[in-house]
Design a protein around this ligand. Sequence first.
Ligand code: SF4
Length: 761
Amino acid sequence: MPNTRNISALGPKKFTGIDLKAPADYAAGIPSIKSALSHTFKELGILKSLKTLSVMNQKEGFDCPGCAWPDPDKRSNLAEYCENGAKALAEEATFKRVNAAFFEKFDVETLSNWSDFEIGKSGRLTEPFLLKPDSKHYEPIAWKDAFQLIAKELKKLQSPDEAIFYTSGRSSNEAAFLYGLFVRAFGTNNMPDCSNMCHESSGVALKETLGIGKGSVTLDDFPEAEVIMVIGQNPGTNHPRMLSALQKCKNNGGKIITVNPLEEAGLVRFKNPQQVNGIVGSGTPLTDIFLQVKINQDVTLLKLIIKKLVALEESQGGVFDHDFIQQKTQGLENLLKDIDTYQEDELLAQAGVNEAVLKDTIELLAKKNKLIICWAMGLTQHKNGVENIKECVNLLLLKGSIGKKGAGTCPVRGHSNVQGDRTVGIMHYVSPALNSALTKHFDFSPPDKTGLDTVHSIQAMHEGKAKVFIALGGNFLSAASDTLYTAEALQNCDLTVQISTKLNRSHLVTGKTALILPTLGRSEKDKKGRFLTVENSMGKVHRTKGILPPASENLMSEPEIVAGIAQAYFGENHHIPWAQLGSNYDLVREKIEAVFTDFKDYTKRSSNTGFYLSNNARSGDFSKLPDGKAKFSICELPHHQLQANEYLMMTIRSHDQFNTTIYGLDDRYRGIYNERRVVLMNEQDMQEMKLKKLDIVDLTSHYEGVERRAESFLVIPYKIPQGNLATYFPEANVLVPYNHFATKSHTPISKSVVVKVEKIK
Ligand code: SF4
């Protein structure tokens, strides 16, 4: 039976009443305290807010459900969270409920016409819900029946590869390990995860060049760094406590170079709310040098920097670390040959940066030897996302800045356990070592065929080759590229299952049958004093234990849900003790310890501040790489042939947003209030197009003859390079073609989409 519901995948296109102010010139301070408290007080009440916030990110408390920025070993008694962590808590611990009465009142067609902000504000899911093929209303279903329904649909498939098992980065190590175990025992490696959409490019590049797909620095490196480069990243909004780490570097005399198409307030000046200077004073200036690069010209700029440093090295010496290069790297000769083929003036024009600012950059970098490079999706979500990271590694290797204190790679991860999920086995790749360990400890043969990543899962569902979609957390539809294509893909499925805390658009754009399985939030108490573990952005594994009563008595933890599905599928007498594993997290950790070498004494060592996983790049050991050395790479220059009225567009997050969760309608740091349907545009470009502030435009992208359209955006003049535009994610995801992604990593090109602008009014 076809899926006949009249669902809006994009939500309303109406404006919400914009108010524009000057962009802020600092981050945090009193406004962030006010914002944090107003969000939590509104959703939780004053007492519950204060009690819960006091244990967030504390050693015996729960891990922030927001980003993956690490906690310091010595925690502040005052507050160990940022404004956006408080907003994440407010969303999770809200008193509002999505229960049976809610779904009786609102059908899925009606709800799909709400904005993502309105849907998200509906509240916590209270019990499992079923959407039948002939119905427009979700209705309650018993847990047991839900598990049986999933098992029945999985058994109907002709091949295990007709099922897709997605994981969002919020899931704990224990839930993720159990999920990966079930999916492999079921017989597929179709395990796309949110890494595929964000830092897969980092993983691929770092693995090839340094032998590990993770960053090498720890928090302790920040105060020791002489220079920190922050490239393609907006930490003030997306990883706010990173600003404290940058402040420590500055306080010790370090310098910060920022490379980005937009000058973000968070990197201009930081008013640390925990310090008197941050409350009543002027705070700490962060960025010393701002290189306003054009969208996707980072390789061009880095090549120019390297070329100028090579010239300095040749003329005066002392710029590069020759001992390190000789002992630990390979490929320098080829790199130098490649660099030699470029002209400085051409690179400068293409990168679009100011020549005088570049000169300051070179002078600074030439003298310093302890360099950290931090980055996020401004580097990874391009066709050449992998090359962007490799070019950063080239610079670090030249400076000998890997494997020593105060230096290294820092890919800043978005979701709180996205790295941990991958560590414990969530991946579509085949790991022979993992497969043989699973065979040894669980007595089955895991599949040895590479599974589908995110973009290829969407394609498989769209083509009818995959029929069941199960998501362990997340909001897949809004996170993925090409929204309308992804919606059609999900609607093609026979069954979609979402394991979630709150309602989101992926619960409304569903397969013919859909299930919502509600789960505990991070801040909530699990049964019998159980605790879970997560891994932060710097490879440290630690406990998380909630304190609040669950939003409903009818919630299950993620490990229980995964075990419930597995037991329904395999039956009670299966040789893997699913029910036992789902209820005993110590046992799951014992199994993780047995399967992965890095987790010795897992449960014990996860207490207090936790333990670091091994990291060869951190210790400067490249012996497992081919030829036993870290690798210089030759990266091509990116080229974008733009026609008249074509622009390169990047999607960005507003300050009231975390990934797909919209906390509010303000982007305080950029001075944009109460509106999300905006496009930031260079004033010169506006003049050439005869556009005025707040004119309404449609944006279109055209790839392989397919026009994609994002309707009704308000034009805002902004300091962005000419030829570049910025719009919010996920509103503009509809423009990102599903089949355009980074070479090798398959990360969608969400930061460099060629679009046209059409004036409507
Ligand atoms: S920096 Fe990230 S992990 Fe820390 S409190 Fe803020 S959102 Fe949460």
